[in-house]
Design a protein around this ligand. Structure first.
Ligand SMILES: [Zn+2]
Length: 511
């Protein structure tokens, strides 16, 4: 009877595990591809490395993002998803007074890295792309079948793009490894699967992993400093596969330690393989945090050289889109140059272009740039309407909104009213760049018709600095002079209209 019940339970358990892993794709992929306990951590836990003081001021760690795509440039992760996950990463490290800031967002087109089947292949390929003095985060399509992986005491980690999002903590977990933390279930990686553990039977004194016998952690804390992850404030954990927690925040079965004591594995630690939805706000234990802080103080492969003085979120309300003018029809379908103003505190801009005003669904394309201009060089469909908007982003505090403006342009085959090729050819703006104080000349020749001329010089914030309206000009041409002595050095936009035809020019004023 008992035996029958037991087999039934095993069957049910097997069925349950199966449905869980099917349901949790791609989270069912193992959390992490490499697990090593570093010699540094072993020495630290033995007391051979003095603990650092927890810094009262925030330590800012430079982070380089590498968005990896296929060699043809397809497959990139959505940068908006990355920024959301970056916020979660910083929330997880806030209690340690550690914050990451973005030094650059780079794109790398390399199918062999984008889609790699083993962690050693990915590590080797990424290693060659590393930049020094920063933590390099590579975001790929397939990370060797893992959600992510990192090696302790290196300055890079690799993430699967499907393991990012507002509830996903893989990035925090891998960063824990970078700062030397081991899994809470360290040693059990070698056992392979939870189904290999006899839950009701006494666990062995040691488990074999990477050629070593790793002591199994006991419930009475007698060996917590040397067993498993070596931390006494993380609970015993033998679960080396992704697992779901119960409503009580534990594993659904009790386990049995080497002293035959039954215990529940607590959910909640980032360095375990519990499902992300079981993790609370503070997913690292105090001892894990002290180890990371101490390790950070000893690192020389990256350095914080900033006080974080620029950590002010950018505000989407300060965003003004400039060119092409809203509703413009463009003649040139090979490329489109977008311009907007420089927003205070913005270090990056996210540019979205779409074929409708609904940016919440599938967006045609998303770009990132540090400039206030972006040239779309993909083949835009001729005679089609496109909408675009821009979000300013601060490198420390990445939360921000898109500007409220959405501009549209028609990528027309035939010029309808605005950017006019004939007028464009007839107009010269010189000198450009122009020294402040020197006159800027607008010269028109052989206009083909008499008409009225209007022009405006607009600064990067979208303000009109100089303008004249309704000047009568005749077909042979005109000559206008703009005084630049009152203008600050920088980039300006000159809009010239003749009889409703439009020409725009970028003008640089130098000091
Ligand atoms: Zn891991």
């Amino acid at each position: 009877m008992n035996q029958l019940k037991f087999s039934l339970a095993v069957l049910l358990l097997a069925a349950f595990s199966f449905s869980l892993s099917a349901q949790e794709q791609p989270l069912a992929e193992q959390g992490c591809g490499i697990s090593i306990k570093s010699d540094w951590l072993t020495k630290y836990q033995a007391g051979d490395i003095p603990r650092a003081e927890k810094s009262l001021v925030t330590e800012y760690i430079p982070m380089r993002l590498v968005i990896v795509g296929e060699t043809d440039g397809s497959g990139y992760v959505d940068p908006l998803k990355v920024l959301k996950t970056f916020q979660v990463l910083n929330e997880d490290f806030a209690n340690s007074n550690i914050q990451f800031y973005l030094t650059s967002i780079d794109y790398l087109n390399k199918t062999s890295l984008y889609n790699h089947s083993t962690t050693s292949t990915g590590s080797n390929l990424a290693f060659r792309e590393n930049q020094p003095n920063v933590i390099n985060t590579y975001i790929v399509g397939t990370a060797g079948g893992a959600c992510g992986y990192a090696t302790p005491r290196t300055n890079y980690l690799i993430m699967d793009k499907d393991c990012m999002g507002t509830i996903d903590r893989t990035w925090s977990h891998e960063m824990g490894h970078v700062f030397t933390l081991a899994h809470t279930f360290y040693g059990w990686e070698g056992v392979g699967e939870i189904s290999n553990i006899e839950l009701t039977e006494r666990a062995p004194n040691t488990v074999r992993y990477r050629g070593e016998d790793i002591p199994v952690e006991r419930v009475d804390s007698s060996n917590c400093a040397t067993a498993a992850d070596g931390f006494c404030d993380t609970s015993p954990d033998y679960l080396m596969e992704r697992w779901a927690c119960t409503f009580d925040g534990i594993y659904r079965d009790s386990l049995t330690d080497p002293d035959s004591t039954r215990f529940a594995v607590n959910a909640g630690n980032i360095m375990s393989y519990v499902s992300d939805n079981c993790l609370g706000e503070d997913g690292f234990s105090d001892e894990q945090e002290m180890a990371m802080i101490t390790n950070l103080a000893a690192r020389n492969d990256f350095r914080s050289n900033t006080s974080g003085a620029g950590a002010v979120a950018a505000n989407g309300e300060d965003m003004n889109l400039l060119l092409p003018e809203n509703n413009a029809t463009l003649e040139n379908s090979d490329y489109v140059e977008l311009h907007w103003n420089a927003v205070p505190n913005a270090d990056f801009y996210i540019v979205q272009i779409n074929t409708s005003t609904n940016f919440n669904g599938g967006v045609f394309n998303t770009y990132t740039t540090t400039d206030t201009t972006y040239t779309i060089e993909e083949d835009l469909t001729p005679n089609r309407r496109y909408f675009w908007r821009v979000r300013p982003v601060n490198r420390y505090l990445v939360e921000s909104d898109f500007g409220e403006q959405t501009f549209r342009f028609r990528n027309g085959e035939f010029p309808v009213a605005t950017i006019d090729a004939g007028l464009n050819a007839a107009i010269t703006v010189a000198p450009n760049p122009v020294f402040g104080g020197q006159d800027l000349r607008i010269n028109g020749q052989d206009l083909g018709e008499n008409g009225t001329l209007t022009y405006a010089l607009i600064d990067p914030a979208g303000r009109t600095m100089i303008s004249r309206e309704n000047i009568r000009v005749n077909a042979s041409g005109f000559n206008e002079r703009l005084q630049t002595s009152t203008l600050a050095a920088g980039v300006y936009f000159l809009r010239i209209q003749l009889n409703g035809k439009l020409v725009t020019r970028r003008v640089m004023v130098t000091p």
